[in-house]
Design a protein around this ligand. Sequence first.
Ligand code: NOJ
Length: 741
Amino acid sequence: MALAAAAFMGVACCMAATGRDAATEARIDSLMARMTLQEKIGQLNQLNAARFDTLGAAVAQGRVGSIINEVDPEVVNSLQRKAVEESRLGIPLIFARDVIHGFNTVFPIPLGQAATWNPQLVEEAARIAAVEATASGIRWTFSPMMDVSRDARWGRIAESAGEDPLLNERMGLAMIRGYQTDNLADPTAMAACAKHFAGYGFSEAGKDYNTTWLPLPLLEDVVLPPFEAAAGAGVATFMTSFNDINGVPSSGNSWLMRDVLRDRWRFDGVLVSDWNAITEMINHGVAADKLHATMLAATAGVDIDMEGHAYPDAMEALVREGRLDETVVDGLVRNVLRLKFRLGLFDNPYIDLSRPSPAYAPAHLAAATRAAEEGTILLKNGGMLPLGLKPGKVAVIGPMADAPYDQGGTWAPDLQHERSVTPLAALRRLYGEENVIHAPGLGYTRDKSLDGIQAAVKAAREADVAVCFVGEEAVMSGEAHSMADLGLKGAQTALLEAVCATGKPVAVVFMAGRPLTAGKEIDMADAVLYAFHGGTMAGEALANIISGKANPSGKLPVTMARMTGQYPMYYAHKNTGRPPEWTVDLDSIPVEALQTSTGCTSYYLDAGKDPLYPFGYGLSYTTFDISAPRLSASSIAIGSETPLTVECTVTNTGDREGAETVQLYVRDLVGSLARPVKELKDFRKVTLKPGESKVVSFALTPGQLSFHGLDGKPLIEAGDFQVWTAGNSVDGTPVSFSLTD
Ligand code: NOJ
């Protein structure tokens, strides 16, 4: 039986981030009463600092409300002085920046942070980023990106927490807590920004900025939940996405921005457009000109036009001609002023230049090392790793072994790459210069020249073991860096083939912005680590893992496909009417085979049915056993306030300390709509000494078993479910329970 389930869906939506106080509202009223229309529009105008020549004058005239990309504290203070001391009303500016995975100290890319499955560590990283960035005057970061993404062709998968809504939610909320703290007015706090609202991760064919077609159940079950949680947790700002959803570009989507974000979730913070996204509605073909685009965006409730010049160019005329009611503009301005009050900028507008620079503080570097360690995934280990502290001679090979810029990853504009500790530097320090033979083989990851390969082979021959660092340069993932082929680029495969042919033990370390389709190269290696781009301390972290000073505990936040053509590929897929039980390999099909001989089920003849590695997967230098789950009851009523308790025992069955992430999956066996074969409902990372066991307990509420119908309305349906606990998305022993009316 299907019931409307608003009561069960709504925990987060009841915690809306209102936080208005009468005194602030009165100060906003008083300012608004004195503002001219141009000054109001100025508050909605965000400009890029590159316009420095004209910026100062525009600020002094009250024509700019916030500035993006100025990080020189002296310049920040001087522009702020123009706003506070020279503009008519003295309204301070907000300085914003994409502080996505660290500021001075660069942390792993968000996908790598998600691989830690450790929200506390991610919160710590965000806190450190805020401490460093605010010292340069940045009080607003455009992070976290909460776009669920299931297609690794999309370059921005690097900036997400991967394919799962819950993982994106947990990581995003951790970042929000770290940036904002519980007091936005603290000078080391930054306003966070939940982006890109919404659907951007579903860009068709993984091509950036592309269109999306999103039916309501997908939107409501997968795309929106992390954003709803962010609104509920008090994120200060949201950003519209570049894409259109079903033909409606987000910056003009009144349903999404007003009905969902403002009315349903009660978000009362600032909504900023993505860069030029208001004006780009002309390119989308839904707006004829800037007047039209402004009308659409203002009506949808977009408060700030980021470097789009639509509001400053068109809004005044729209109001003067009576096409846009000034009360609509007032609503947008009030939101911006409220954020400035919340940040404490009216009382404390300047950076304290006497504050000692927090950049690269030892504690920051230590946290970055831990994050890079925990974000590294051991995919394969025939026993070669760890190498220990005296492995003899080590050949350090590959274009990513000493790539201080590229290990920073996609969003590291403030990285000083001379501060990066590369794997080469760290291994030399650890093992001694005399024990490390360095031969990069290739100049960079796309390098097609075979000239350096012989030197790499020679190094491997002279050494006892070889460690090859391959992957992608930073520039190959991120915004506008989508790829149609996810294989290793350049001559990297040839390099690995040549090194492996020496017969020496070879460990391969991937440093990339996304999962690569590297099955062939993984097969060749004796051990494989997948590290993503690990930031400033990537090399230190990898040396610790390679030597065994640290034990890997990362888990894939995204399915790793065998072939690019398998994407979009994700663990929470539907079963289809024809799920494959067996498959046939293309090469084994006889010539003139019968059409039905391959099984007529849902798989690829050349790639099979399975990924290379599943979501949630990752090994350790120790081993774990996770018991079948024990349930507090065999059924739970839809209206029950008491959750079902699901507990299991996790035991370290190996001989060294390690951490395991216990993942809780659920399957809804029969629904009024086809349901995913499994959904992650919770997870917990636990550290265990050898032989130690711990009981891990999860609370599963009826609300977590609900989903959305074709009309986008929540449903909760009685019926049979399975639940299980495992160390990845393919293992585990399902146990049945039912949800009753
Ligand atoms: C465009 C990107 O989509 C967005 O994520 C970023 O915050 C803005 N540019 C500002 O740099």
